[in-house]
Every structure is written in C-alpha cells, then in structure tokens.
Design a protein around this ligand. Structure first.
Ligand SMILES: *Cc1c(COP(=O)(O)O)cnc(C)c1O
Length: 453
C-alpha cells in the first residue's frame, strides 16, 4: 500500500552521518573569494579572525563528503530526520495529476531549516575555545537558530537584528532572549559601521547587509568571539545537505522520482540543501529533474542581478564573492519574506545556475500568499513567508500539469512555519499587502557601486 501513504518518516538511525559537498562533482570549480584589499584569493589566515579553522576548511574542502561529528548528531536528534509529506489534499484542490511532495523543516526547535547549520557552527566554535558568536538576523529565523545552537554548547550569542524586523517582530526577539541571546537593533551606535549609517540616515530601518557589517565588526574586536553567517557560504550550504539526503531516501520509500524541484532562494541555503544531493544524482545520470530557484520579484538577484564579484555586506568588509548580485548597497523593499531580502546569492548556487544546472523564476508576493492560503487550508501547516514562494512555484507547475495532463512529481522544501509571521498574513487577508514594483533606477545606482575588478 506504499502508494497510498502521505507521510514518509525515517528513524534516528537514518539521519545522514556525512554532509555532501557538491563542489568536486561539478564540471568546473566555483571562482574563489577575493580579499577586499588585495583582491587576491583569500587564504585561511584572512578568515581566521572571523571563523574557526574547522569551518574555514569546510569552506574550501575538495572532499565529496564531510563526517558529521557525534556532538552535532546528538543535537540533530532533537528534530531530525524531518518528514517528507505528499500534499495529497492540495493536489486534490488543484485537481492536478501532479504529485507534490514537501520536505518539512519547520519541525526544528527554531521552526526553520536554519538550525541544520547553526548547530555545527556553534559546535566547531566551541571546540576551538570560542566563547561568543555574533551574527545578524533579518526576519529573525537565523538569530533564533543561532541562539538555540549556542545554548546547546554553553556559548554566548549577540545578535544585530535589522531595525524594521526588531520593531515589527517582538515575538522573534523574545524567542532569541528565551534561548539566552543578547539583542541589538541594527543600525546601532555600538559599531563604527552602525554609527556611519545612522549619521547619514538617523531613521534607517536597516538591512541585512548593514547588520552583517555590525556583527562582523563586533567579532573582529574580541579575541574569543567569532562571527556566524546563516546562508550564502559554502560551509552553510554543506550543512544543509542533510535535507536533500534524507529526501532522496524518503522519495524512494514513496516510489517517486522528482521531475521538478523548486526551492525559495534568499541566500540559497535551503535550496542548496535540498537540491545539491539531487544535482549529484543528475550529474551521475541517475535522474534528470528540472531544478528551479524561486525568488521574490522585489529582490530578484538571479533573474535581474549581475554575476560578478561583490561584497557580502553593505560597508564592504567581507571578502568579495563571485555571485549574482543586485549591488551591496541595494536595499530591497520591505517585503514580508524578510529572509529573502538579501542583495546577493550564494556563490555556489550562482555557479550552479551559470553552469545551467538550475534555472530561476521570480514571483510577486501576492501570488505567494494566495498560494500559502491554499496550502494552509488543505495541508494545515501555515508556511513562513519565504517558502510561500516555493509553494507558489509548485502550484504554477501543478496547474501546468493539469493543462497538459502530465503526471509530474514535484518536490519542494517547506523550510519553515509561519507561526511568528501572522502579521504578514494579516496584511494579506485584510488587503493591505501590495506587490511592489522593482526599482530599476535603484538597481542601476547600486550596480554602479559594485567594484570593477
Ligand atoms: C533564512 C530563511 C530563508 C532564506 O535563506 P536561504 O539561505 O535562501 O534558505 C528562507 N526560508 C526560511 C524559513 C528562512 O528562515
């Protein structure tokens, strides 16, 4: 009766014991990060003030697999493996011959996929004697995940939360404080970066790029503190591959092979985590899914940005990363999917896109929330604003299947729940949410400030 099932569960013994690194399997390696001063490839010593050696090694490793330490698996066991669910009730509503599967990462303590990397990042820092981690948070999910993870290893956590989110999301603030973190709204007057921004605009509502500048600066000022990033970097995407590795086993249980994989992309980590093990299968000729990144129409780094070296933060302190970017000075409109409001895309996801191994589409937020309501009213789970983009893309695909009669298998990641994002739903339900025009002139201005190498 396997084909009648809707939920595909694994047990603890099936948590992956290694992370999968896509890099050695690619036909060409991704371009290296460059030092912001010398513009030469960065070496481990350049990164040592920011990250522990174990993570720096993972950032550049050529190994196809990296062992997951026991001390990380012990914490993963709190919520992993996560379920794979066939959205039969949504399929029925859509009257589609397509099969829609979602890998549900909202079962983690923080309610998103972010703890998959927060936990190992805290673990390796603790092992190297680091006492405190600094970070930024936009929507609040990453800060929550890191606060939870640092608590597991007895570390301190200091979070710069983008001002607009700090003011609008008191529940997120409380979550982080419950786990023991210290919070600051960003821009703050605690850092040179924050003071610079505030001098130019005292009412700045902040951005992820500004908050990154502040958290990086704070980490550089203390010997026993390091910085943690929740997306974009290779080691983050590496840690997230537990998602796709589990999904591969679960789809096999469901006797299904994906034809289309869609994932929402902010910095690219949940997408990479889901898709990279499937790209491995695709490159090996074992399956041939179409793989698609879905981004907000208001922050379309893949579909509208340029592929070139740019800074990861607003001030220009981070290494230069070769990535699809809207310009490090670009401040996206305050759409409700705060986790997708980042000017750049992971270098590895950008590279995979350049190689033609993934495609991309941008969807405006009203369509996303309309899709989310269909999902919530059939499957019951209220999605976080970010994966509403993936759900909208899955529904577009399922509707095309209805027209063509194709019985495609669609896979996506429901990378978080929206229990703390009800204000966004309130705006949608009461008609105050709008689709925002993409500011072409602001894009041009931001691109003009990207360094010419
Ligand atoms: C942070 C976050 C995102 C965006 O980050 P990615 O690195 O692109 O995954 C998307 N969804 C949720 C639920 C998040 O917390």
């Amino acid at each position: 009766m396997a084909t009648e099932r809707s939920t595909f569960l694994l047990d603890e013994t099936q948590i992956p014991t290694q992370w999968y690194n896509l890099v050695p399997d690619l036909p060409a390696p991704p371009p290296p990060p460059l030092h912001p001063g010398t513009r030469e490839p960065v070496g481990p010593d350049d990164l040592a003030p920011l990250f522990p050696m174990a993570l720096i090694q993972q950032e550049v490793t050529a190994d196809q697999y990296v062992d997951i330490p026991g001390g990380v698996l012990d914490v993963y066991r709190i919520w992993r493996p996560s379920p794979l669910v066939r959205a039969r009730r949504l399929e029925k509503l859509l009257d589609t011959p397509a099969k829609i599967f979602f890998k549900y990462e909202g079962v983690s303590p923080a309610g998103s996929h972010k703890p998959n990397t927060a936990v190992p990042q805290a673990f390796y820092n603790a092992q190297e004697g680091i006492r405190k981690l600094t970070t930024e948070t936009g929507a609040g999910q990453w800060g929550t995940a890191l606060a939870f993870a640092t608590a597991q290893y007895g570390m301190e956590c200091e979070v710069w939360q983008v001002r607009s989110s700090y003011d609008q999301k008191p529940a997120r603030r409380t979550m982080m404080e419950i786990y023991g973190a210290t919070l600051h709204p960003s821009p703050s007057d605690l850092t040179e970066a924050g003071r610079t921004i505030l001098a130019a605009d005292p009412d700045s509502t902040g951005s992820l790029g500004i908050a990154i500048s502040e958290a990086v600066e704070a980490a550089l000022q203390a010997d026993d503190a390091r910085y943690a990033l929740g997306s974009v970097l290779n080691h983050v995407l590496l840690h997230q591959t537990v998602i796709g590795q589990e999904a591969l086993i679960q789809l096999e249980m469901a006797e299904a092979v994906p034809d289309v994989i869609v994932g929402c992309t902010g910095g690219g980590s949940n997408f990479g985590g889901l898709a990279f093990p499937f790209i491995r299968e695709k490159l090996a000729g074992r399956m041939d899914p179409v793989i698609r990144c879905v981004e907000p129409a208001a922050c379309p780094s893949l579909t509208r940005g340029e592929y070139r070296y740019d800074f990861g933060d607003t001030i220009g302190m981070t290494p230069l990363l070769k990535m699809h970017t809207l310009g490090h000075g670009f401040i996206p409109d305050p759409i409700h999917a705060g986790g997708l409001r980042y000017h750049g895309m992971a270098p590895l996801v950008s590279h995979v896109y350049e190689l033609g191994l993934a495609e991309a589409e941008a969807i405006p937020q009203l369509e996303c929330f309309q899709a989310a309501l269909m999902f919530a009213r059939t499957q019951g789970i209220v999605p976080a604003p970010e994966p509403t983009h993936a759900i909208a893309a899955a529904i577009r695909e399922a509707k095309r299947c209805k027209e063509s009669g194709e019985e495609k298998t669609i896979l996506t990641a429901l990378c978080g729940h929206g229990h703390l994002d009800t204000a966004a739903y309130d705006a949608y339900l009461h008609g105050t949410m709008q689709d925002l025009d993409f500011p072409e002139d602001e894009l041009r201005a931001a691109m003009d400030a990207v360094p010419v190498l």
